[in-house]
Design a protein around this ligand. Sequence first.
Ligand SMILES: [Ca+2]
Ligand SMILES: [Ca+2]
Ligand SMILES: [Ca+2]
Ligand SMILES: [Ca+2]
Length: 586
Amino acid sequence: MDSFTTHEYPEKIHVRRRGWDTDGDELEEQMRTGIFWRGIRPRPAVRTQPHSASLRTLTTILQRPAVSSFALAAIVLVLLADPAAKASQYVELDYNLTLSGHARNSVFLELFDDRPATTANFLSYVNNTSVAHGSFTGSFMHRLARNFVIQGGGYYPSFVQEPAPLNVSLDPNAVIDLDGNLATANPTVNNESGLAPARSNTRGTIAMALINGQPNSANNQWFVNLGDNHASLDSLGFTVFGQVAGDGMAMFDAFNTLSIANLNPDTNDDGTRDPGPFFNPNASLDSNNLPTDGVPYLNGTNQDILVVINQAKQVDYLGPNLTTAVPAGGLVFSTRDVFIDTGTQFTGTGPLTIAAGRNLGIREGVSLGRDLSVHGTLAPGNQIGSITVQNYTQSFDGRLNIQIASATPSGQQYADTQYDRVMATGSAALAGELSVSFMPTYAPAAGNSFTILTAGLILGTFDTFDLPNLPLGDVWNISKTTTAFNLKIVYADFDHDGKVDMSDYILWRNTKGGSVTPGSGADADGNGFVDDADFAIWRANFGNVRGTQSGSGSGSLVAGGVPEPATALLMATGAIVMGSVRRRRG
Ligand SMILES: [Ca+2]
Ligand SMILES: [Ca+2]
Ligand SMILES: [Ca+2]
Ligand SMILES: [Ca+2]
């Protein structure tokens, strides 16, 4: 009956559109009123450039952690003594799509320790760094059964060319293979669905897919239950081994609204797609005669984009319903990268420290209410966000990652800010690196200004700057007051050679008194005249440069990018392009 050749589910008997929850959630309100809901073709932000600087992998600072043994002993004691500490493990999945309004491209999964074999198996794919295409990093969500499940873990996106009219298909041989040897099958896990406590396939839980209904056949494919599927799945050995943490279901609910395509290849070359993992021909069509069970994709104006996990990694996640005691000597995060989410609780008054080489993400809007010391990397926001601490200390081995989506509130809408910001209610002692990157939708322009850090008193400054390249003629202006650290984009490189120097002065002198196209030539203030005001701007920016990021040429910038309307639920931050997709059933 079911022609899925690999992983399958029992067919849903009733395919119906669920009513949306009415808990006032902003996203769901967008869904209710948004163009996705009305069935009108969305106009998401689709970009043609490769991954932006904002998604580049964090480099590890290979320096000895500046962490005292006292502090390390403190964290061990705390974790052992904390009765609320769970033995669950957590995984962060960074997707290539961003949920507008929530500043989100990451979700966190909680993996239960009471399903030890299944959890260990899942983590083996998360932590596998020895084999290309042997981990969930770079894989994609290859199946959306609308309102039922979204499934991944099986494949990485690899396209095969097909004769017209199909043109392009996904390669079912591009499987995630744990040991990198396709001749040896991925190890299977005996199902743990019967262990205590009982775990049910309810909305928001994650479970392993099975092969041909065999309960002990789980290996690499996993799925999120988008609805309550306990009645159809619990009795068949689909082991629930975790759940989506925090408010991560907002992301999967948005994926549930994506378009669905048949991308099975036409292996017998008869012009129609054949059975395979990238479409379920037995599923119902929706009221618009579109498929409800196949490969999900973001329907772009020029390209369609698959749902790809840019990075999967095991992290320490401090989220809702978790309380962490901080001893007077402080708590040092040194074991793994850490994410602090909305709703987590800290007790005690000691400081938090991110150790060298570790990344600390803090959810937008979070106020730590304590001191923060940075030896590793601090990244505000799930993506874009502002965070509040008491005293902020960044050491020589520390780095602050700032992402910029827009300069003005009228631009791309995010949770609480248009660019990452740190607000210290006490002092900020600065050293180390400031690293800035642009979101793909941001079009840098002269006059844009970013107050990336405020404090009651700022001491010192960053030692090094990692800044993206700007349009020709523009340079970075870095300034600091006692209470604010500011970045501004200024037009002062009149000859467009990348720096503000004497040759720009000569150009100004030779054209002084003339009229030019506003913002061109030596017209730094953009009023169309070359005069003393432009000289003053040149002088104030003498020595400033266009960008400092190695390998970040002008081609990596978005030229003339336009912020998308807030009604676009998802936008691409890294394009995996399908080209033109055949949307009819093959
Ligand atoms: Ca065929
Ligand atoms: Ca950020
Ligand atoms: Ca110049
Ligand atoms: Ca002027």
